[in-house]
Design a protein around this ligand. Structure first.
Ligand SMILES: [Zn+2]
Length: 478
C-alpha cells in the first residue's frame, strides 16, 4: 500500500533562499533537456501518412553531432546477480542507439556531469534531485510520443515558466530523515538544504517507510509530500459481496452532487461558481497593473490563494461526503467516469451553403463549455479516488460500473426510455415515475448487484443479458 502525506515546511530564511534557488535550477534544467528532446524529435520525425517510421532514418552523426554513440559506466551497478556480483560494472560500454532509437534518458543522465562543469551552480544541487528532473522529461515526453493501452497520447510537453515549475523530488528518503533538531522541533533532513523544520501534524503510520519526498511551492507556502509504503498492507480490501441491504448506488451530477439509490441527495456546493465573481474582479484588476510590478504580484498572489482555498474547500467537502456515505452502507456502487471524455469539445456540425462553401452550424459548444466548467468544478474524478481511499481506510468497498446507458434505461424493467439532457424526469410504461438522477442511482445499484468477484466491471449490457436468460426460464448461477 502506498500513501502520500503532505506536511507544511517552515524553512529558515537561509534555507528558503536555497530552496528557491534549487527550484529555479531544476526548472532551467528541465527546459534545456526538453529542448534537446524537441530538437531531435523535430529533425527526425516524418509525416505519418508519408512514412510511418518512428525510428531515425538518417544516421545519428548526420543530424546531431553532439550525441556520443556510446557511453561508459562510471561505477558498478546496484543490481546484482545470484552470486552477488553486480550485473553491470565500472568501465562497461553501452551503445546510445538501440534498434534505431536514441536512448535519450541515459544520454541526458550521463550528460549531467557536463552540466555541472559548465554551470558550477548545479554542484550545489543534490545529484538525485537533478537526475529526477531528467526522469520527469522522459516521462512527459514518452507520454506524448507513445500511446497508452487505449491508444491515447498526452499533449505536447510545455516549457515551464517560473509560475509553472513548482516542485523538485528527492527520490530516496527514509524514516531516518525525519528527525528532531536541538530545539526539539521535528525536521526533515534534505541533502544540500539541511534540516528543514516541518509541521508534523500527523505521524507516519506504523509499518510504513518513507520512500520519496517532493518539495512543493503552493500559493505562498512550502510543503513536502512524502510517499509512504508498507508492502505488508494489501492494496485491496477484503471483498464484500454486495447485497440489497448493504449496498447503495450513487449517481454523480451537477445539480445534485450525489443522488443515492435510497432517494437521498447531497447538493452540489459549486465552489468555483461561488467565488467566480470575486475571481473575475481580481483578474480584471491584475490586467490593469504593470506586469511584474509590486502591485501586480500582490494581486497575483491573492488569485492563487483564492484558487488554493477553493481546491481545499472542495477536497474537504468530498472527504466529509465520503464518510457520510459509508456510514449508510458497506458497498458503494459508482459510475466509472472518466471526466476527460465528458469534457471534450462538442463535435463540429458542418454544411455546404448555396455557393458551395463549407459553413459551420451552431453545435452547442458554448452550452457545453458552461457544462464543462461545472463538471471540472465538481471534480468527480477526484471524488472517485477519495471514495476509494476512504473505503480502504474503513474496510469497506467501492464498485465501479460502466456508466454507459445508465441514464437511458429504466431501473425497474430495464427497458430503454430515451431522454434529452434537459429532461429531468423518468417515466416508464412499467409505471415507474421518478427523478432522472434517482432512476440512474437505482439502476447503478442494480448493475452493481450482479457483480461477481473477479468478473471485471459490471455493465448495463451484463444486466440486460441476465434479464434475457431469466426470461428464458434458466437459473442464473451466482
Ligand atoms: Zn420501466
Amino acid at each position: 500500500m502506498q500513501l502520500t502525506y503532505k506536511y507544511r515546511l517552515k524553512p529558515t530564511k537561509a534555507q528558503l533562499g536555497t530552496i528557491v534557488a534549487h527550484l529555479e535550477l531544476c526548472r532551467r534544467q528541465y527546459n534545456y533537456r526538453l529542448s534537446e528532446r524537441f530538437r531531435w524529435w523535430e529533425s527526425t520525425r516524418t509525416p505519418v501518412n508519408a512514412c510511418p517510421l518512428t525510428a531515425s532514418i538518417v544516421s545519428v552523426e548526420e543530424i546531431y553531432q553532439n550525441i556520443p554513440l556510446t557511453r561508459v559506466q562510471t561505477r558498478d551497478g546496484r543490481k546484482k546477480d545470484e552470486s552477488g556480483n553486480p550485473l553491470t560494472r565500472k568501465g562497461d560500454v553501452f551503445s546510445n542507439v538501440e534498434g534505431g532509437y536514441v536512448q535519450w534518458q541515459a544520454i541526458q543522465l550521463a550528460d549531467l556531469k557536463n552540466t555541472k562543469k559548465l554551470f558550477p551552480d548545479y554542484k550545489a544541487l543534490n545529484s538525485q534531485v537533478l537526475q529526477d528532473v531528467v526522469n520527469r522529461v522522459e516521462t512527459s515526453f514518452s507520454n506524448f510520443t507513445t500511446p497508452d493501452k487505449n491508444g491515447n497520447r498526452r499533449g505536447k510537453p510545455k516549457f515551464k515558466g517560473f509560475d509553472y515549475y513548482k516542485s523538485f523530488t528527492y527520490p530516496q528518503l527514509d524514516n531516518l530523515d525525519i528527525i528532531k533538531d536541538e530545539q526539539n522541533i521535528i525536521c526533515v533532513n534534505l541533502a544540500k538544504i539541511g534540516q528543514v523544520p516541518m509541521v508534523f501534524h500527523r505521524p507516519i503510520p506504523t509499518g510504513f517507510t518513507v520512500k520519496t519526498g517532493t518539495v512543493i511551492r503552493e500559493a505562498d507556502r512550502w510543503y513536502i509530500a512524502l510517499t509512504l509504503e508498507d508492502k505488508a498492507v494489501p492494496v485491496t480490501v477484503a471483498e464484500i459481496q454486495p447485497t440489497d441491504e448493504n449496498t447503495l448506488g450513487i449517481d454523480l451530477g451537477i445539480t445534485n452532487y450525489v443522488y443515492l439509490s435510497n432517494g437521498e441527495r447531497v447538493e452540489n456546493p459549486r465552489f468555483l461558481r461561488r467565488y467566480a465573481e470575486k475571481l473575475a474582479r481580481l483578474q480584471a484588476k491584475l490586467a490593469s497593473r504593470v506586469k511584474g510590478s509590486k502591485p501586480w504580484q500582490v494581486i497575483k498572489s491573492k488569485i492563487s490563494r483564492l484558487h488554493q482555498f477553493v481546491a481545499r474547500a472542495r477536497l474537504d467537502f468530498q472527504f466529509k461526503t465520503a464518510h457520510e456515505l459509508f456510514r449508510k452502507c458497506d458497498v458503494l456502487v459508482v459510475e466509472d467516469l472518466s471526466v476527460k471524455n465528458l469534457t471534450r469539445r462538442a463535435k463540429a456540425k458542418t454544411d455546404i451553403d448555396n455557393n458551395g462553401n463549407l459553413v459551420y452550424l451552431p453545435n452547442g459548444q458554448s452550452a457545453k463549455s458552461g457544462l464543462n466548467k461545472s463538471m471540472l468544478d465538481a471534480a468527480h474524478g477526484q471524488f472517485a479516488s477519495v471514495l476509494k481511499y476512504v473505503a480502504w481506510k474503513l474496510g469497506k468497498n467501492v464498485l465501479l460500473v460502466n456508466p454507459k446507458g445508465t441514464s437511458q434505461y429504466c431501473w425497474n424493467c430495464l427497458n430503454k426510455v430515451s431522454k434529452e439532457l434537459s429532461e429531468r424526469c423518468h417515466s416508464c410504461q412499467c409505471g415507474e415515475s421518478l427523478e432522472r438522477d434517482e432512476n440512474s442511482a437505482k439502476l447503478i445499484k442494480k448493475i452493481g448487484l450482479i457483480h461477481q468477484s473477479g468478473g471485471g466491471a459490471s455493465s448495463l449490457k451484463k444486466a440486460l443479458a441476465q434479464r434475457e436468460i431469466e426470461a428464458c426460464g434458466l437459473t442464473v448461477l451466482r
